[in-house]
Design a protein around this ligand. Structure first.
Ligand code: AMP
Length: 126
């Protein structure tokens, strides 16, 4: 079910549980600001989720409320994960769903990183 991205943060969401180690995940990268792990239902050859360690419902919540060092740390981590996988030269795609029109399902900010193949059109044709 798509979520309402204006709702308050729910610390029982699945990514909060992954951050606390209550649900297993395969760590791809971790630093002070971010954690990255494979998407359980990959939509491309390479499909990684990068999440901030802080409690933010969505990109909207994060961009409005996170302190500058946390925003910088998270964005740098996303770039780092892509570089770790050699994705810069072939190219890759970042996507973050925010609210009902996007179909966001997990109410903890996550950036999808897709790569490893030509990715086709940016969104489904109308
Ligand atoms: P979104 O629709 O942008 O909220 O994306 C949520 C993503 O989380 C989907 O691509 C799911 O496949 C992924 N997902 C849900 N549960 C897990 C999990 N336990 N481990 C890894 N990925 C997950």
């Amino acid at each position: 079910m798509p979520i309402d991205a204006t709702q308050p943060y729910d610390d029982q969401n699945i990514f909060a549980k992954i951050l606390r180690g209550e649900i297993p995940s395969t760590k791809i990268f971790e630093d002070e600001w971010a954690y990255a792990f494979p998407d359980i239902n990959p939509q491309a050859e390479l499909h990684i989720l990068v999440i901030p360690k802080g409690a933010y419902v969505s990109w909207d919540d994060f961009s409005a409320k996170a302190p500058p060092e946390e925003i910088a740390g998270f964005i740098r981590a996303v770039g780092h994960v892509a570089r770790l996988h050699g994705l810069v030269e072939p190219g890759y795609r970042l996507l973050s769903n925010i609210g009902p029109h996007s179909g966001q399902e997990v109410p903890h900010l996550h950036v999808h990183l897709f790569g490893g193949q030509p990715l086709g059109p940016m969104i489904a044709r109308r």
